[in-house]
Write a protein that binds this ligand. Structure first.
Ligand SMILES: [Ca+2]
Length: 343
């Protein structure tokens, strides 16, 4: 699960339950708050000495809270997003990286049942192929955001997961870094996602998603596989819509309620034959393929923008990040890796 995903869900719970930051008068000092966390950690069974060491240099990072509060919800169109997120240089690099790591990618792809181009696309979109992993100390980030209080429960859960990762010795404390919100390594897993999906592929006893290429690729593949990926299918396809299509056939844009979203997904799912009969076409104007696949129709912006028939793997990508724009960018980059075929 990505950071954005977590933030979105947590944001919703704030709205629903009316949680507000503590008032200044009742809010403990940062030092007292850290003291309380250390006590809780010891109650969880960690030694006092180890806990002291993990929290020894924790500091309150104003910049992190500022970054968190400034998450701009500015209006972006899908076209603009795709141009920014999947520029030509990234396509070119993705193809080069694919080629460079092809043997390893094919091996991992086969083992987990995930086409390698999706591993490379996620790797490229999350961290520019491992280059931009963030420079914040994970423990600092999580303690700061927990103390800030707007989503305390969420970040405390992530903090406990982070402690487990350190305790299991997957990474040394000085290399335990990530984005300002605690998304880590080449895969940008939050600590809870690390515990759920990270893999020690090279067998050295450490799940090193920061520096070990094998572990990073296998962890991405394992995430997708664990969330239902089917490598006999692709993610979906961009389609042309007929002018007279009924609105009720289109998947909802609202994604915050996962249960309702899943329900709507199932209700709007139809066979490619049905969609073809309704007038949907491939981008070149030809009829849809005559394969037995069910798909949901997703129109992220309006009908003048791009429209997609989404297969079940699309849903798996939504688990990674509940954003149609993000999933569209993964689909686009993965297709650009595959086509034109590499020599
Ligand atoms: Ca390893």
């Amino acid at each position: 699960m990505s950071l954005r995903h977590l933030i979105k869900w947590a944001g919703l719970s704030v709205v629903l339950f009316g949680a507000t930051p503590l008032l200044a008068a009742e809010k403990p000092s940062f030092a007292d708050y850290v003291g309380g966390l250390k006590k809780e950690a010891i109650e969880k069974g960690y030694s006092a000495q180890w806990v002291d060491q993990v929290f020894s240099q924790v500091s309150y990072r104003k910049r992190i809270v500022k970054a968190d509060k400034n998450q701009a919800e500015f209006k972006l169109t899908l076209e603009r997003y795709l141009n920014t997120r999947v520029p030509e240089w990234k396509v070119k690099q993705a193809r080069e990286k694919f080629k460079k790591h092809e043997k390893l990618l094919q091996e991992i792809g086969k083992k987990f049942g995930v086409q390698p181009r999706f591993i490379v696309a996620l790797w490229g979109l999350e961290t520019n192929f491992g280059r931009i992993q963030g420079k914040h100390k994970v423990v600092d980030s999580l303690v700061t955001l927990a103390y800030d209080g707007r989503r305390e429960a969420l970040f405390k859960r992530e903090l406990w997961a982070a402690l487990k990762i350190l305790d299991q010795d997957h990474i040394s404390q000085d290399k335990f870094i990530g984005s300002w919100a605690g998304a880590m390594g080449q895969t940008q897993f939050m600590p809870s996602s690390f515990l759920a999906y990270a893999v020690d592929y090279d067998g050295d006893g450490k799940k090193d998603i920061w520096g070990n290429q094998k572990d990073a690729f296998a962890s991405i593949a394992n995430y997708l596989k664990s969330e239902g990926w089917n490598d006999a299918m692709t993610w979906g396809r961009q389609v042309k819509l007929p002018t007279d299509l009924n609105d009720t056939l289109v998947m909802t844009k609202e994604r915050s309620n996962k249960k309702l979203w899943n329900q709507r997904w199932n209700e709007t799912k139809r066979s490619l034959k049905d969609w073809n009969d309704l007038g949907l076409r491939r981008m070149d104007g030809n009829q849809l393929p005559t394969v037995d696949i069910k798909a949901t129709l997703i129109v992220p912006d309006d009908r003048k923008g791009r429209a997609y028939l989404a297969y079940d793997n699309f849903k798996t990508l939504m688990h990674w990040n509940r954003s149609y724009y993000f999933v569209a960018s993964v689909g686009l980059l993965s297709d650009r890796i595959k086509y034109p075929a590499m020599k």
